[in-house]
Design a protein around this ligand. Structure first.
Ligand code: 13P
Length: 252
């Protein structure tokens, strides 16, 4: 059985004070949850303060990005070692906002995943098609391209330390959630690619999150699908009330 993981991607939101208020609430209200992994991914500036605030709790910490070089003249960038040093366990890689706004390619995503793994971080690889691609019946081509591109050169052992998040771009921040069947179909497809390339055992252990307008009232029916192992949550992770309800909905 794969343990569900619910992650909050806070994106470019929350000052340190606001971040601390939110995680203090979460760590109190969610302290008894043991059957769901709970993760928050604040902006870089809040990582260290949040790390201190959640120390000893069941809430884990992740970053939203990193750069693949170890150090040097890369103004504005943050390395995998720095992310690790800020007490992160996880890092989101290849989010669609990074692909579309910051022009990240599969090659960038692949280098970032390798850098994360080398530093001992657990990458959450985001993949997903845009609306025009879905309407052109290219969903599976895009997903295959994202998955193959990101995982190129990795070993079966590496795959044990990776999470994949399926985030259809048309569902992000739009309130338009994929139906459980639409999501399940893509999740099963991703698991099959991983099985074909890295073996069945690895693919069965792989956790695949769904992301895109996940809310407390739709998370449960999504999670009932056999290949959906959690959620990567944007908007609903910014308020204690909705994130708490969402995690509780996934706990037995
Ligand atoms: P929303 O939950 O706001 O749609 O965002 C999803 C997302 O992009 C998480 O990474």
């Amino acid at each position: 059985m794969r343990k569900p993981i619910i992650a909050g991607n806070w994106k470019m939101n929350k000052t340190i004070t606001e971040a601390l208020e939110l995680v203090r609430n979460l760590s109190i209200e969610l302290k008894d949850i043991k059957d769901v992994d709970i993760l928050v991914c604040p902006a870089f500036t809040a990582l260290c303060s949040v790390a201190q605030a959640i120390e000893g709790s069941n809430i884990k910490l992740g970053a939203q990005n990193l750069f693949w070089e170890e150090k040097g003249a890369f103004t504005g960038e943050v390395s995998a070692l720095m992310v690790k040093d800020a007490h992160c366990e996880y890092v989101i890689i290849g989010h669609s906002e990074r692909r579309s706004i910051f022009k990240e390619t599969n090659d960038y995503v692949n280098k970032k995943i390798k850098a994360a793994l080398k530093a001992g971080l657990l990458p959450i690889l985001c993949v997903g098609e845009r609306l025009d691609e879905r309407e052109d019946n290219k969903t599976f081509d895009v997903i295959a391209d994202h998955v193959h591109g990101a995982l190129e050169g990795l070993s079966a052992d590496d795959l044990k330390n990776i999470i994949i998040a399926y985030e259809p771009v048309w569902a992000i921040g739009t309130g338009k959630v994929a139906t459980p069947d639409q999501a399940q179909e893509v999740h099963a497809f991703i698991r099959k690619i991983v099985a074909d390339n890295f073996g069945k055992e690895v693919s069965e252990g792989l956790r695949i999150q769904y992301g895109g307008s996940v809310k407390p009232d739709n998370v449960k029916i999504l999670m009932e699908k056999p290949d959906i192992d959690g959620a990567l949550v944007g908007g609903a992770s910014l308020k204690a009330e909705s994130f708490i309800a969402l995690v509780q909905a996934c706990s037995k």
